[in-house]
Design a protein around this ligand. Structure first.
Ligand code: NAD
Length: 334
């Protein structure tokens, strides 16, 4: 399949482009490089032997999207979005414009070009703060109230996509709800490169292991979890990438909206992550327990049975692999 990959130069997108090429598909990246570097394309080329085309454009630019689509596509995977939760609280209009507005323009252009197989980057954030008694989260679990504009933008876009599919049943839409994507490509050539102080746990831990930051702040050790720290379902970005290829191959052209959790189905606490990273990096990782962070939930992890049964997809990498690959990337890229 010839696949338009918006945000394909970013963290999850670049790994998915690798998986698409390795599965024999032809991805074309559209990215405005607001949070990515052009050099990613050459790195993908080094890994796969094929350098994908990168069109530098903003998905909100309808004319640009229409022009890109003139060359003919079978499907679109839509990663392009801004994702910094804290920044979304400070700049809600920017987030709604970029994330929701970008999706509008893209859908309009796709519809005009008769490209109606669409895979969307959603998030476990749509479940809000789940009752621990109801874990693991099923795709049928209630969608919660988001705690920030970024989360709301994902809930809104899921709803918009459902409405679009009702209005025109020819659409085949897969909503992929990611849990906590971490790790990096095994080659050490691709990974997450947050500018400034990372918001997410593993990139932060990586910078403590490398000595760039002095210690990990653990936000709360009084949650109702086995060691009191927050529990999350971490998923290796390379497994996540393969999930997109599976969704595309199983669902392309099939009318409907298909929702899948992509995680490992297993939760790990913040302290477990720190211990695994120490093991894999061989570096001490000092940490300090501080107060809870507003908006954090105690635990969440996915039921991944639906993706396993319907997409024939399951993760093959564990927490130690995630830490080992993250550490290799941390050392190679800095
Ligand atoms: N990383 C996570 O923890 C996580 C979790 C759940 C969902 N997601 C979603 O997955 C998707 C990819 O996330 P990521 O972690 O790879 O982030 P990322 O920032 O690395 O990738 C997003 C890419 O989109 C590009 N982009 C942003 N706005 C654009 C626009 N208007 N036009 C064109 N390109 C644009 C950026 O330059 C970047 O390359 C996002 O939709 C994100 O919300 C991420």
């Amino acid at each position: 399949m010839r696949v338009l990959v918006t945000g394909g130069a970013g963290f999850i997108g670049s790994h998915t482009v690798v998986s698409l090429i390795e599965a024999g598909h032809e991805p074309v990246i559209v990215d405005n490089l607001v949070n990515a570097k052009r050099s990613v394309v050459a790195r993908i080329g080094r890994i796969t032997g094929h350098e994908p085309e990168l069109v530098e454009a903003d998905v909100r630019d309808l004319d640009a999207m229409e022009k890109v689509l003139q060359s003919g596509y079978d499907a679109c995977i839509h990663f392009a979005a801004l994702k910094a939760v804290g920044e979304s609280v400070e700049k809600p209009l920017l987030y709604y414009d970029n994330n929701v507005g970008g999706t509008f323009a893209l859908l309009e252009a796709l519809s005009g070009a008769e490209v109606k197989t669409f895979v969307f980057s959603s998030s476990a954030t749509v479940y809000g703060d789940p009752d621990p008694a109801t874990l693991p989260l099923l795709e049928s679990s209630p969608i919660g109230a988001a705690t920030n504009p970024y989360g709301w933008s994902k809930i809104m876009m899921e709803q918009i996509l459902r409405d679009v599919q009702v209005s025109d049943p020819e659409w085949s839409i897969s909503l992929l709800r990611y849990f906590n994507p971490v790790g990096a490509h095994q080659s050490g050539l691709l990974g997450e490169d947050p500018s400034g102080i990372p918001n997410n746990l593993m990139p932060y831990v990586a910078k403590v292991a490398s000595g760039e930051l002095s210690k990990v702040k653990v936000f709360g050790n009084d949650y109702p979890t086995p060691d009191g720290t927050g529990v999350r379902d971490f998923v290796h970005v390379a497994d996540l990438a393969d999930g997109h290829v599976a969704a595309l191959e199983k669902r392309a052209g099939e009318q409907g909206v298909f929702t899948y959790n992509l995680g490992t189905g297993e939760g790990h606490s913040v302290l477990e992550v720190i211990a695994a990273y120490e093991r894999q990096s061989g570096k001490p990782i000092p940490y300090e327990i501080v107060g809870r962070r507003a908006g954090d939930v105690a635990s969440n992890w996915a039921s991944v049975e639906k993706a396993r049964l319907e997409l024939d997809w399951q993760t093959t990498r564990d927490l130690d692999d995630m830490c080992a690959d993250s550490w290799r990337w941390q050392q190679n890229s800095h």
